[in-house]
Design a protein. Structure first.
Length: 250
């Protein structure tokens, strides 16, 4: 009967090394590299039937351990300028310390997740009348520290802000208002005026108008009446006043 051995599952080579250090109760800063390497290689031999993708990470660490083991067996090199020789295990120790820190943090987060699952929340069941209640405002308490001087300062502050919003250039622009002057109304007015004044001055007619828009519309109305042969214009000399004569029977 074949004997089946179930191996402990590790998340990676560093996890396996930490397990071996805890198992042998050795200081992480003083790893007995020969003993740990032998135990690590023994575990690798037990894992030879595992997935090659998983095995590759462990084999890379095995090569690293063997390299460190060989350096530890060789005679130590001479000390550098600072008087200390470089420990071949230094880089491995740094990796183990960093991995151990992240592993502890992972355990802490897992514990918090488990504790969070034990917390239950109750949906609010406050009646609408209670939720809509607002505490009455005590006007005397609210206005206790309000004085005329303080109100004046607040008012002046608001007025200064309003003045700062005014554009100093655009504020001087005049207001443009649309004048409602109808061409048809002006033509009717001229026809009525012509019935009472068979001959009148063009200049005096324009001077009687109240705005530029009304002057323009009056000029257009005269042109329309000339086109309809309702009036005629005459001028004796250049720059003389234009005379308008009505062709409408009185």
């Amino acid at each position: 009967m074949e004997l089946t051995v179930k191996l402990q599952i590790f998340e990676g080579p560093l996890d396996l090394l930490l397990h071996l250090l805890d198992k042998n109760k050795v200081n992480i800063y003083d790893i007995p590299i020969v003993e740990i390497t032998n135990q690590y290689m023994e575990y690798i031999r037990e894992m030879k039937r595992q997935d090659l993708n998983v095995m590759s990470e462990f084999l890379v660490m095995a090569a690293t351990l063997l390299d460190i083991k060989s350096k530890m067996l060789l005679p130590r090199q001479e000390a550098g300028e600072d008087g200390e020789t470089e420990d071949p295990r230094a880089q491995l120790v740094a990796q183990l310390l960093e991995y151990k820190m992240y592993k502890c943090m992972a355990y802490e987060l897992k514990d918090r997740q488990i504790d969070a699952q034990k917390i239950l929340f109750k949906a609010p069941t406050i009646p609408k009348e209670v939720a809509a209640y607002e505490e009455p405002v005590n006007l005397q308490e609210l206005m206790a520290d309000v004085t005329l001087g303080r109100l004046n300062r607040i008012f002046q502050s608001v007025m200064r802000r309003q003045e700062e919003k005014i554009d100093p250039v655009r504020s001087k622009f005049g207001k443009i208002e649309r004048e409602e002057v109808s061409l048809s109304d002006k033509m009717s007015y001229l026809l009525e005026y012509a019935k009472c004044h068979p001959r009148f001055s063009f200049r005096s007619l324009l001077e009687a108008q109240s705005s530029k828009m009304e002057i323009i519309v009056t000029f257009l109305a005269i042109l329309e009446l000339m086109k309809g042969s309702k009036i005629t214009i005459t001028q004796d000399r250049i720059f003389d006043d234009i005379q308008i004569e009505s062709k409408i029977a009185a």
